[in-house]
Design a protein around this ligand. Sequence first.
Ligand code: 6GU
Length: 244
Amino acid sequence: MKFSVLTLFPDFFSSPLSQSIIGRAIEKGLLEVSLHNIRDYAQDKHGTVDDTPYGGGAGMVLRVEPVVSCLDAVKKGCHAESTLTILTTPQGVRLDQRLVEELAGYQALIILCGRYEGIDERTRAFVDMEVSIGDYILTGGEIAALVLIDSVGRLVPGVVGQKDSLKTESFTTGLLEYPQYTRPPEFRGMRVPEVLLSGHHQEIRRWRRRESIKRTLERRPDLLDSAELTEEDIRFIKELTGKG
Ligand code: 6GU
């Protein structure tokens, strides 16, 4: 899968994209990320990319011409079968795992990093979708672009191992993860639940499922509305809540 990122800060991406799972996936050629500096598309020799807002007010606005000529060049050089152009902005649709899965269906994503101070409104006509990563404000869209690359990239076959891909399913089925432990069996008086040391795989599965349900009920009851639940899960929830 191919990601093309349009940004004023291409150096921002070098460390995050060279580390860990995503770094390895890029090395292996499973993911490809190209970075495009919007400043290289400035229309004057001084490399001006922003200007004061019409109508007055504080801050600078990212000009439409360098952004759109950068977009044109990237789109022209992108020969994927399916491409989606995304603007990262707190005004966009909120990213969740459902949207992540939808985005993973494209062969190429072109991500235009929005700016805290603002972009010219006319830029919006040149993207397919606007995406926000949550209800808070970042100084720029670069971190949001990294969130998109990480969350979408890990769904590309081969990027993460079998075990981790099961975790995606567990979020998609709507439950939070059960508690995990490793050695030692006791730490400062806190013991690992006996069932996990028992070797009874059937009981361990049941315990984990129930812990997932308990945790979801306590922390994110909203997720239960769209969770995939078995009859036994529902009986257990009734037991815990004393209702249906
Ligand atoms: Cl995509 N950009 C900025 N600047 N802030 C955000 C965001 C994006 N998503 C949430 N907050």
